[in-house]
Design a protein around this ligand. Structure first.
Ligand code: NAP
Length: 290
């Protein structure tokens, strides 16, 4: 029984990244640049964007936030992305999701040059990942992978991913496959999910259903990565964040589990910073080896 301390692991990785960025500045005079586009005034999106900017400042990445009105047209947004694609100073472009309903998310994501697609969401990057030759890997799955690698040899392991979204579940299943795990990708139409979960050494939960996974779903000594971030009210009517796994219920049965908060979240932001550095080096044909 062990908690996987994502906050601490991310903090150590951020320190290493900071040093790498300092060396890059001294040796090559390069400071990677990230542009985040925020549309409208969704409160959760504003917080996510603010946290990304704070972390970029901390590790030494140039970052700017472009705020666009919620009534911006799809064409205006696409034109702006095109400008950023052509801007030699920009290494990474991130469009904060969700977008207003009059804008097609896929169209926007695919408009970002794959070489600047720091989230790794566009169809070229997902295709490359699915083929086992990734250029840039989506941040949340990459963060989950790094956490798993602190605990288990993935080679030959059996992993189940709950959730098949384009930003978490699907890319997670490709990434685990690329690392030689045998992967089951489950979703809301999967039958006998509880029994299926019990057959796996690793559970990655990304359904958005609070505390869905209980002790009797879990194989003895399994490792659980809980991606879910769900706000619920506790018995005193206080708002609290919980994952997709009932942490207290499963704890005595598992080998290791990530908490919510303090598990996957900090790793997602770390991987965004790492991806920005990676893209800036790849674009300049510099050696990238971490
Ligand atoms: P999403 O787009 O809503 O996808 C949820 C997935 O879960 C869908 O594929 C859905 O299946 C599946 N699902 C729903 N009910 C299920 C059930 N009863 N059994 C099995 N599968 C079920 O969500 P998302 O964007 O992937 O996010 C998932 C969770 O992770 C959310 O809580 C989100 O807040 C969190 N998240 C955290 C981070 C982080 O950095 N920690 C990053 C991203 C997301 P269908 O496809 O059949 O509908």
């Amino acid at each position: 029984m062990k908690t996987i301390n994502g906050k601490k692991i991310a903090s150590n990785l951020n320190e290493e990244l900071k040093e790498t960025l300092q060396k890059l500045k001294i040796k090559e005079d390069i400071t990677p640049t990230l542009v985040v586009i925020l549309i409208g005034d969704n409160p959760a999106s504003k917080i996510y964007v603010k946290n990304k900017k704070i972390k970029a400042d901390e590790v030494g990445i140039n970052s700017s936030v472009k705020i666009l009105d919620s009534k911006v047209t799809e064409k205006q947004l696409l034109d702006y992305i095109l400008k950023l694609n052509q801007d030699k100073e920009v290494d990474g472009i991130l469009v904060q999701l969700p977008l207003p309903s009059h804008i097609r998310t896929n169209k926007v994501i695919d408009a970002i040059s794959y070489e600047k697609d720091v989230d790794g969401f566009n169809s070229k990057n997902i295709g490359l990942l699915a083929q086992g030759r990734p250029y840039v890997t989506p941040c949340t799955p990459l963060g989950c992978l790094k956490l798993l690698q602190t605990e288990i040899e993935l080679f030959g392991s059996r992993a189940i991913v709950l959730g098949r979204s384009n930003i978490v579940g699907r890319p997670m299943s490709y990434l685990l496959t690329n690392h030689n795990a045998t992967v089951t990708l489950a979703h809301s139409k999967t039958k006998n999910l509880k029994e299926l979960c019990k057959e796996h050494d690793i559970i990655i939960a990304a359904t958005g259903i609070p505390k869905m996974i209980k002790k009797d779903w879990v194989k003895e000594k399994a490792i659980i990565i809980d991606v879910g971030i769900n706000q619920i009210e506790d018995k005193d009517n206080n708002k609290v964040l919980v994952g997709d796994v009932d942490y207290n219920d499963v704890f005595s049965r598992v080998r290791a589990i990530t908490p919510v908060p303090g598990g996957v979240g900090p790793m997602t932001i770390h991987c965004l910073m790492e991806n920005t550095l990676k893209l800036s080096m790849l674009r300049r044909k510099l050696k990238y080896n971490f």
